[in-house]
Design a protein around this ligand. Structure first.
Ligand SMILES: [Fe+2]
Length: 191
């Protein structure tokens, strides 16, 4: 397993201690967090930011031994969210999601921009077209492989779902543009 860095001594730009839960952060995740912070500082718009964060997340997803055994655990009752990092200023959160065979989300949009990268396995991303008055119409199934990335703007008008139709577990990494340390499901808007 990779070494972990304890960020409990970290302070935000204003010198405050983080108010959310403190989590051990591996060197690879710490580098990624710094990349996201840099991208946030120079972000021109939401789409450009999400796309650039997705690129960095794809590199993180290729790191071996990124997750602890606990962060790789799934649950037979449904896909599992593991919070990896919560920005002390509430600007973004990083999660690992574990998908056992047959598990998936309902069709949803997001309350904030999001980026996703495949860490292990072959999950499927299903994209939908949002038609006001009709809901979400399936448009494209994408069979993903490790290292593959995607991103999405905030809003119900960008519906999608992720599922694992393979016979092996899958793990995806996610970064969302809001604080999910207290309410990890608060990112989804069901369509
Ligand atoms: Fe999503």
């Amino acid at each position: 397993m990779s070494a972990v860095v304890d960020f409990r001594h970290r302070r935000d730009a204003a010198g405050r201690r983080p108010s959310g839960p403190t989590l051990p952060v591996s060197p690879a995740l710490a580098r990624y967090v710094e990349q996201v912070e840099t991208l946030l500082a120079g972000a021109a718009d939401e789409a450009a930011l999400a796309a650039r964060v997705a690129g960095a997340l794809g590199e993180l997803a290729c790191e071996r031994d990124l997750l602890t055994p606990e962060q790789r655990c799934g649950d037979a009752d449904g896909y599992t969210r593991h919070l990896l990092y919560a920005d002390p200023q509430g600007r973004f959160s990083v999660l690992a999601l574990v998908w056992l065979p047959g598990q998936g989300t309902p069709v949803h949009g997001h309350t904030a921009w999001g980026a996703v990268a495949v860490h292990e396995g072959r999950p499927t991303v299903v994209l939908y077209e949002y038609e006001p008055g009709y809901g979400a119409l399936p448009r494209q199934d994408i069979q993903c492989v490790p290292g593959e990335v995607s991103w999405v703007r905030a809003g119900i008008q960008y519906p999608h779902r992720i599922c694992n139709v393979s016979d092996r577990p899958a793990i995806t990494l996610h970064t969302y543009g809001r604080d999910l340390s207290r309410n990890p499901t608060g990112i989804n808007i069901l369509v």
